[in-house]
Write a protein that binds this ligand. Structure first.
Ligand code: GZL
Length: 328
């Protein structure tokens, strides 16, 4: 009896193994190159990608580039060698992708972009982009700031005639940084109040809390009593800057108005604590749309070249109410 049971077990095991191989063979395999883990936003984006891959029953080969473009290029080359069904990636910077995308095209592997944008000589090198509209985010930042300054009749702290703004920029060369900068600048230049503002300083903090604190410390060192506004390209740099502002004996959100981008939990807490004024949402929850689009591409269906995810604007007086509903 024992032998029969053993044979049945072996037979059953072999049958299960065969079925699982077949299932595995049916599974879509996607190689995904992520930038790294530089911010709360990025972590939320990664978690969402992995959860969505699970939900879509995708065999996900995930690579973390540790903030280096060359690591992304290496990962994409590996995905090509592994003959994945589709390649996805977040371009850490906008340029330098033509050659590796030509290799993917020669291997007949479709490429789908997530989050950030890229600039290539030939748009056929990628099928589509699922992303965030950094330019509009920048415009929303200025629109909120201009309204806040005028409505609250905020005056320059140094008694001068211009509201002095310092800017913590994102990663140099990234579409998120260039888009937000251009959107903010264009909205400022188009404003009837444009002559009431002055950009006192602008420097990259590379989207990290640590560098945001360091650069804000340097801004305060040279212009402590002239700075009226901080525009940080992401919440993490704003949170680092808040620490520098407090260390300099100033009140964040009161002495220096603070507006940033992303909408992560940390900035909602800062707004609830009265240390930040507003955040323009940049939605990291792009995984489901990404894999749904990937499935359509692999079925040969046409997909839009570029799709933006929904994004809002949140300010301190609503933070306590909205905070519990935040998904990232
Ligand atoms: C924006 C995204 C940016 C976030 C940062 O779409 O690429 O990168 O704003 C993140 O927090 O580091």
């Amino acid at each position: 009896m024992k032998l029969v049971k053993t044979l049945m077990a072996v037979g059953l095991g072999a049958a299960i193994a065969a079925v699982s191989v077949a299932q595995a063979a049916d599974k879509i395999t996607i190689g995904f190159s992520q930038i790294g883990a530089e911010s709360e936003w990025r972590t939320a984006n990664t978690n969402d990608v992995k959860a969505a891959a699970e939900a879509h029953n995708i065999d996900l080969k995930f690579s973390d580039a540790q903030q280096k473009q060359e690591n992304q290029i290496k990962a994409i080359r590996t995905f090509i060698a592994q003959k994945v069904d589709l390649i996805g990636f977040v371009p850490i910077v906008a340029t330098g992708w033509d050659n590796i995308l030509r290799e993917a095209k020669r291997a007949k592997i479709p490429v789908l972009i997530m989050d950030r944008d890229l600039t290539v000589s030939d748009d056929s090198l990628y099928v589509a982009k699922i992303g965030t509209d950094s330019y509009t985010e920048g415009k929303k930042v200025f629109a909120w700031l201009d309204n806040y300054i005028q409505t609250n009749n905020i005056k320059p702290r140094n008694g001068g005639d211009k509201i002095n703004i310092v800017i913590l920029e994102g990663t140099v060369g990234s579409s998120a940084a260039t888009g937000r900068a251009h959107g903010f600048d264009d909205a400022l230049k188009a404003s009837p109040n444009k002559d009431k503002y002055n950009i006192l300083a602008s420097q990259t903090g590379d989207f990290t809390r640590q560098k945001g604190q360091e650069v804000m410390e340097s801004f305060l060192k040279s212009n402590r009593d002239d700075i009226d506004v901080l525009f940080a390209h992401n919440d993490d740099m704003a949170l680092g800057a808040i620490q520098a502002i407090e260390a300099a004996g100033l009140k964040p959100s009161k002495d220096i108005v603070i507006v940033s981008v992303d909408g992560v939990k940390g900035i909602f807490q800062a707004m609830v604590d009265g240390k930040a004024n507003a955040t323009v949402e940049c939605n990291p929850l792009q995984g489901d749309l990404f894999f749904t689009t990937a499935e359509k591409i692999l079925k040969g269906e046409k997909v839009p070249k570029s799709v933006f995810v929904e994004e809002g604007v949140y300010q301190a007086d609503e933070a306590a109410k909205v905070f519990p509903t935040r998904k990232y």
